[in-house]
Design a protein around this ligand. Structure first.
Ligand SMILES: Cc1cc2nc3c(=O)[nH]c(=O)nc-3n(C[C@H](O)[C@H](O)[C@H](O)COP(=O)(O)OP(=O)(O)OC[C@H]3O[C@@H](n4cnc5c(N)ncnc54)[C@H](O)[C@@H]3O)c2cc1C
Length: 755
């Protein structure tokens, strides 16, 4: 039985068959080093010089795998002023100390590493360098990040400022965790009814025998320095290495001849080499040419592919490339499609036992997330930010937008002021492609326990990406699960095809492959077709460098605009289109927000975070003539018209008898505390929209139930005048000046009417 298609879904990234591109370190060596180091005994004090040198070398390799150059500082380290002089002995010592701290935390990522522990293993003469290296690594999320209890317990009081995060994918959640650990107040607004975004594990199969199936991001591509590898170690979740064996089958189900298989693989890699060489010769003009057209030109030029079988096999490799990039080859930039290859994570590609949902669940712990809040506009300015979802408005000091590039391309979120042109252009230039999956749960594993992947060659070139690769998840999902990938052009037509037809096609392919071997292919118990392209909260799968674009567009997408910050896979130039790239972008932005906050706080001209709200006298004066009043509630609005989105200030006056409000503890706490410390009657305030005010007005019941509604439904809290902050201040200024100008305004309208 096929379920109705869902709007969330799909497969692993790069297949184990091919690895295009280069690495910037020796991966085998890294395997050895990391294995030796992780779980090794702690540093002993009585070591020979040789031991120390070896250890320093290993630590340097670990730092390299996390992205630190061997003999230099990162640009961020230079900016952070980690040493007093560049290039000298102090810098060398710093690098050794920094690498040691990094390696020490990677040794046991479950524990919070303190400065004290570092001091136990590094001589006192380096105390200053320990401080600067430790502070840099901590504030930039290189150590002590993640989800283990020892790390989560280090959440200080929120004192630094408030941040609204739009989107609870890996980027949003990673940022939220980091910001909380720095001491920020955080709220996440998520359009869906669940967290995780493009990481989504569906429970499939039958009651009592459910399998956990990743319909979105699935494969941890390179586990060594991967932050998701760190999370899985913290949670003690086993990883399953995706095995290299990947037999290919022809369109009639027969296996591919091994000699032709390796011949075409060599040709495919040569064509890629030729394309790479040609872009060097072409220079800037390669920016306007697609990888697809270059490969096709060289194929024709060298007449290398002759038989139908060879052509279908080459098409298979091309489909695999389209899968890795979530883009048709005709869209990928010849010049920059592989610009992130040098940063590819080392180590095996792995599946996580039980699905990636486990990571999402752990990341959500203690993070306040409001679900079903699709944001439609974001206002940002010197005084703070306002984020609108439906008729609700959320205010904070800063906002971090982590929505997918597909959403930014559709312009479904209105930014006020509009985003800078250079960012809008980069949003338009970068590509956002499509990958879909058919996930199937069968009664048993009929394809062979020893296989994680097998491929299928399509007859037609334009359908080369349709079910070209099957992933088996029986080792990790808890059931006999197969996933068929749909990449390239085929991924687009797939979304408008009847799921029953899709399932019929997949099953005929599987029967074509396995029936001749005497294996019966049963009907699946359940099947799901993903539709990432039609999903309004992503409009596609992941980003790629399109013709006319380049890696620097990722950097432009990452640029902040005042109090508006950006994260998400498409803001990560080194690791785009991946789960770890999304995670790392969130960590990056948390540090950026922290730096921005301290620079604002040190610069009184820009510091509005701690701005006092409107004066008590001004409010008392304005509320003498409220725009709306009922019970103990009165309201002032920004605009005299009946605009439901107009912002306003609400005042509740607590009378002579002590009011007691049931409901949320915080709310009770806040109101009761105020009662104790101040003489009644007590006016308290909050900001809300006119539509919200009307909703409260229309509610049946007493003031008490209205206040509960205010808190529970709108998430609004009552404060004194100063709690309204700078936004309240500017609102009262606008209301005051609008009232002053009202007479004049009316007469102008009158004159126009008379004419
Ligand atoms: C089919 C598929 C297969 C993949 N396979 C792999 C893989 O094997 N390995 C790998 O590393 N990566 C893979 N990826 C990529 C990886 O999943 C993504 O790069 C990563 O999950 C993106 O995380 P993010 O936080 O940037 O964005 P998202 O996860 O998309 O998070 C953004 C969040 O914002 C929310 N949102 C959007 N608009 C609004 C709005 N207006 N208001 C409020 N909320 C909003 C969304 O609902 C979402 O929750 C795959 C992706 C897909 C789709």
């Amino acid at each position: 039985m096929m379920d109705s298609p869902v709007c969330d879904g799909s497969v692993p990234k790069r297949s184990s068959r091919k690895s295009v591109g280069v690495r910037n370190y020796n991966e085998n060596l890294m395997d050895e080093l990391i294995e030796k180091h992780i779980g090794s005994t702690p540093r002993k004090r009585n070591k020979t010089m040789k031991d120390m040198e070896k250890e320093t070398e290993i630590e340097a390799m670990i730092a390299l795998s996390v992205g630190f150059p061997i003999d230099e500082l990162l640009e961020e380290e230079i900016k952070a002023g980690v040493v007093s002089e560049l290039g000298g002995k102090e810098q060398n010592d710093y690098i050794v100390v920094r690498n040691h701290i990094l390696a020490k935390w990677r040794d046991n990522v479950r524990m919070w590493l303190s400065k004290g522990e570092i001091r136990e293993t590094v001589s006192n003469e380096y105390a200053k360098l320990i401080n600067s290296a430790y502070d840099f690594l901590l504030s930039n999320g290189y150590i002590n990040f993640g989800v283990s209890p020892s790390i989560i317990s280090h959440i200080p009081e929120s004192t630094l400022g408030s941040v609204i995060i739009v989107g609870s994918g890996l980027a949003g959640l990673a940022a939220a965790r980091q910001l909380l650990s720095f001491g920020f107040k955080v709220v996440v607004l998520e359009g869906r009814k669940r967290p995780g975004g493009r990481v989504y594990t569906e429970k499939m199969g039958q009651k009592g025998k459910f399998a956990a199936v990743d319909l979105g991001g699935s494969v941890i591509t390179g586990v060594h320095a991967n932050p998701l590898g760190v999370l899985s170690r913290q949670l003690s979740i086993p990883l399953h290495k995706v095995r290299d064996k990947c037999p290919l089958y022809k369109s009639d189900g027969a296996p591919i001849d091994a000699a032709i298989d390796s011949k075409v693989e060599v040709i495919f890699n040569k064509l890629l080499d030729k394309a790479t060489e040609s872009r060097k010769i072409m220079g800037g003009s390669a920016n306007d040419i697609s990888l697809g057209s270059a490969l096709e030109t060289f194929r024709q030029l060298y007449s290398v592919i002759q038989s139908t079988e060879e052509r279908q096999l080459l098409d298979w490799h091309l489909a695999n490339l389209e899968y890795a990039n979530a883009g048709c080859l005709s869209d990928l930039s010849l010049a920059y499609w592989d610009q992130d290859d040098p940063y590819e994570m080392g180590g095996d590609h792995c599946f996580l036992a039980g699905g990636n949902w486990i990571l999402i669940k752990a990341l959500c712990e203690k993070v306040p997330i409001y679900y079903g809040k699709t944001v439609h506009s974001i206002k940002y300015g010197n005084a703070g930010v306002e984020v609108f979802s439906g008729d609700q408005v959320f205010r904070a000091d800063m906002v971090l937008c982590t929505v997918p590039l597909g959403v930014l391309k559709k312009r479904t979120i209105r930014f006020e002021p509009e985003l800078p042109k250079r960012k809008l252009d980069a949003i338009d230039r970068l590509g956002f492609g499509l990958l879909n999956k058919v996930a199937m749960v069968f009664p048993h594993v009929f394809w062979g326990e020893d296989l994680d992947t097998f491929g299928y060659l399509n007859r037609d070139t334009h359908r080369r990406g349709e079910f070209f690769l099957f992933y088996s998840y029986h080792t990790v999902s808890g059931g006999p699960v197969l996933i068929a990938l749909v990449a390239g052009e085929a991924a687009y037509t797939f979304e408008s095809t009847d799921p029953a037809i899709i399932l019929h096609r997949v099953l005929s392919i599987l029967r074509g492959i396995f029936n001749p071997k005497g294996i019966d292919v049963p009907n699946p118990i359940q099947a799901i077709c993903t539709k990432w392209g039609s999903d309004p909260l992503c409009h596609g799968s992941y980003s790629h460098v399109r013709v006319g674009s380049s890696g620097s567009d990722y950097d432009i997408l990452a640029e902040s605009v005042g109090r508006l910050f950006f994260a998400g896979e498409a803001t990560n130039r080194q690791y785009p289109a991946t789960m770890h790239g999304a995670f790392l972008s969130g960590v990056r932005e948390a540090s950026r927000i922290m730096r921005a906050t301290s620079s604002w706080q040190n610069d009184p001209a820009k510091c509005t975070l701690k701005n006092a709200g409107p004066s008590n006298e001004l409010l008392i004066d304005l509320f003498r003539k409220p725009d709306l009043a009922f019970g103990n509630f009165s309201f002032l609005f920004d605009s005299p018209q009946e605009d439901p989105k107009a912002m306003g200030i609400m005042r509740v006056t607590f009378g002579k008898s002590k009011s007691e409000f049931s409901g949320n503890d915080n709310f009770e706490q806040e109101v009761d505390d105020s009662h104790q410390s101040l003489k009644l009657p007590l006016p308290l305030y909050t900001m809300l929209s006119r539509a919200q005010a009307h909703e409260i007005q229309l509610m049946a019941g007493e003031d008490e139930s209205r206040l509960n509604f205010l808190y529970r439904h709108f998430g609004l809290k009552l404060t004194g005048p100063s709690g309204l902050g700078s936004l309240g201040n500017s609102l009262t200024v606008r209301i005051t000046s609008a009232r002053r100008g009202q007479g004049k305004h009316r007469s102008v309208v009158g004159q126009l009417k008379a004419v």
